[in-house]
Design a protein around this ligand. Structure first.
Ligand SMILES: [Zn+2]
Length: 197
């Protein structure tokens, strides 16, 4: 049985992966809610269950491999690939800051690719990864994420599905009501990175 929305929400809360406060997200936007999927994916049995459920949304796509943006997408991309029975690659930034396939990862010409990420806020990393796939001669046929927190604002040029859709507001820093109220945001990515280097 694939996990239901309520099961996933309860699980994320149980492991402390959903936090309330004032945060600067990796996209640069501010939000009162932060979702750290690493805190749920650190448990292999949860990663297995989530990967199986997410893979279930793409079971008929006949892809040759999964490509994920590092670092956040690697674990869940790997689990999805396991259930689809295909390779799992990841894209990462090179020295110039461009997303690229490194480590000898290669796509076959025209290879059908599923792009998997953990959380979509703006979908920027997934968009860049789709660009990498095309540049490397592959064909991005769909994109998936554990959580879409864009509130329907996501714009990708391939069909996309998320396991959990959350309408969590986020703002450009200039429009952030929490900043206007006088608070300073924390960068949870770096704060959590001390716990999960
Ligand atoms: Zn703010």
């Amino acid at each position: 049985m694939p996990m239901q929305r309520e099961d996933i929400l309860r699980l994320l809360e149980q492991v402390g992966a959903i936090r309330q406060g004032h945060f600067e997200l990796s996209s640069g936007r501010h939000s009162g809610t932060y979702i750290q999927c690493a805190l749920v994916l650190q448990h292999p049995q949860h990663a297995d269950e989530l990967g199986r459920s997410l893979a279930g949304l793409f079971g008929n796509l006949a892809v040759g491999c999964v490509v994920s943006p590092a670092l956040g997408g690697i674990v869940i991309g790997y689990e999805v690939a396991r259930f689809l029975g295909v390779r799992s690659l990841f894209a990462e930034r090179d020295r110039s800051g461009q997303m690229a396939l490194r480590r000898g990862f290669e796509l076959k010409p025209g290879e059908r690719v599923l792009v998997i990420e953990d959380v979509w806020t703006t979908g920027g990393s997934t968009r860049e990864t789709i660009g990498v796939v095309e540049q490397e001669g592959g064909l991005a046929v769909a994109a998936g994420a554990l959580i879409d927190r864009s509130g329907g604002r996501l714009e990708l040029n391939v069909p996309s599905r998320a396991l959990l859709e959350m309408d969590v507001p986020s703002w450009e820093p200039d429009d952030c009501p929490l900043c206007r109220a006088g608070g300073a945001p924390t960068r949870p990515g770096s704060r959590f990175s001390r716990v999960h280097p």
